[in-house]
Design a protein around this ligand. Structure first.
Ligand SMILES: [Zn+2]
Length: 300
């Protein structure tokens, strides 16, 4: 039995997989906003899952960040109470077994590669389009992490082929740079672009509804989003040339996004034909927790 824990900024989820089937209930608790409380919550979740199933399992944990190979401490986490903590060592002590920890976007890519929308493809680029923009790479059903543990972190590359208007409007990013892909393709970035076009502030859902009734600024904001995503992905294709790009996160639910992006890619990719597929994820918001469980199927 493989237990997966998805340690999110607002909730911690846990499941157990037997082969590729979920055993028992999917469990979910609110994330304590302190380190000791987070360790307690994970320990309790694992104990509940195991008493439910009547047996023990391996444990994989997806986190918003990574445990640095160099220091053993968490870095790049937006859940700031994890930063600088020896999470892996502490979890292994609490759970009395070896634990595997990986970045949550990498868990998403792995989950989809193993038994989701990327099944049967060799190289999978998993994309998270949410309040932030991240990504992960799975090659032959293994996470490709890289020596700096940043493989797939395309959200903090600059938006490619920026127009003069985009360059002038390019917002500052929390990472210290300007014009990051994340500032255009996150949910807040989409809302900001609509506000720039229309002078009105609306939520992403409202903008999508307005676009469906052909409100011109909303239609334009959607078209711009699709074209920017195609540009951002074209740069990934030119380096990684993945077999499939799998879209996840709240913004992946924009209507018709995969087909619009597929249609726009040939304008930017350095190839006369583009065979890479762009598809929606298969496991929705369960992908992260499933991928965490699969950390024990695919080597470290
Ligand atoms: Zn940035």
């Amino acid at each position: 039995m493989r237990i997966g824990i998805d340690l999110g900024g607002t909730k911690i989820e846990g499941i157990a997989l037997e082969a590729d089937t979920v055993v028992g209930a999917r469990r979910r608790v609110t994330t304590p906003r302190d380190y000791a409380g987070t360790l307690d919550a994970i320990e309790r979740l694992v104990a509940e899952i195991e008493s439910d199933a009547g047996r023990t399992g391996s444990v994989g944990v997806g986190i918003p960040g990574v445990v640095s190979h160099a220091t053993g401490l968490v870095k790049n986490a937006n859940s700031t109470w994890l930063i600088g903590r020896p999470l892996l060592v502490d979890l292994e002590a609490r759970l009395a077994r070896p634990v595997r920890v990986a970045n949550d976007a990498n868990c998403f890519a792995l989950s989809e590669a193993v038994d989701g929308a990327g099944r049967g493809f060799e190289t999978v680029f998993g994309v998270i389009l949410g309040t932030g923009v991240g990504g992960g790479i799975a090659i032959r059903q293994r996470i490709h992490e890289g020596p700096n543990q940043i493989a797939g972190e395309w959200g903090h590359n600059p938006l490619p082929w920026m127009t003069d208007e985009e360059r002038a409007a390019a917002p500052a990013c929390y990472c210290g740079k300007r014009g990051c892909i994340e500032t255009f393709l996150s949910g807040p970035g989409f809302e900001r672009d609509y506000a720039r076009l229309s002078g009105a502030e609306r939520s992403s859902q409202d903008i999508v509804r307005a676009a469906a009734s052909r409100e011109p600024h909303a239609v334009r904001a959607l078209e711009r989003y699709e074209d920017r995503l195609a540009r951002a992905l074209a740069a990934v294709l030119n380096v990684l040339d993945p077999d499939v790009v799998i879209l996840g996160g709240g913004m992946s639910n924009l209507p018709g996004l995969p087909s619009a992006v597929s249609a726009a890619l040939p304008r930017y990719v350095f190839s006369d034909t583009v065979r890479t597929k762009v598809v929606l994820n298969a496991h929705g918001d369960s992908s992260g927790v499933r991928g965490a469980a699969w950390l024990w199927s695919s080597g470290p």
